[in-house]
Write a protein that binds this ligand. Sequence first.
Ligand code: GLY
Length: 270
Amino acid sequence: MADHPSERQLPHRRSFRFTQAITRRPAKSVSHGLREGAGPDPDAALFGEQHRAYVAALEKAGAEVVELPELEEFPDSVFVEDTTICIGDTAIVVRPGAPSRFGECEQICPTLKTRFTKVIDLPGDGFLDGGDVLLSDDTAFIGNSGRTNMAGLVALATLLKPLGYNPVQVNTPADILHFKTECGLLDERTIFATVKLASLGCFEGFRVIETPLGEEAAANIVRYNDVVFLSAGYPKSEALLREKGYDVVILDTSEAAKVDGGLSCMSLRF
Ligand code: GLY
């Protein structure tokens, strides 16, 4: 794997050393999932197949996966990442910013209570989607976005400081749904990010590997233990990450992408 001198001073690697994950099977109603554009609906059966491959990849990477059943009343509920921020023995249940997703947190809470010692609600009345939060070992990048407002951002930042994170506020460009739509963690000091996001200057102090131009949708990666999940169809990104020493696992996310979802959105990792 790629190595960075500062890795040796950071014992935890809590940003990608995990043992567990929570996923939720896509419902048939995912064909009505939220999206910005007017593209085709996802095929629920194909989404189900791709999701099974995603869960299998998590298991192969070392995860014990809790697979929750589909929730037809919540078309976007496959994107569990938006409901919760997981840190050690603490789960912070957040407040997704899209009205059709408000009820998803209540649905995942009973499972969180079986896995985490502390399950706490985001204080206040702000909104925050988990897709707007990128955690390294010591830094929490929180994107202000169409889904995450300042009240939500500040409430999370306040909770994260005592947990050892330096919160960094990022103003996500208006045409990007979630902050992590265009970036992901490769290791505790390295971020894979689009040129557009990297040019904001928000990743100061981190090594940034820029997503090849034309492959911006590849930026939403997942690092789980020793492997990096990358969406299929981005050969330049695959070659670049392999050249940098990462063990890349390719997963087809064509159906999630039709409803603005990606690799990170489909699991909670802890
Ligand atoms: N379809 C994913 C979302 O908009 O939250």
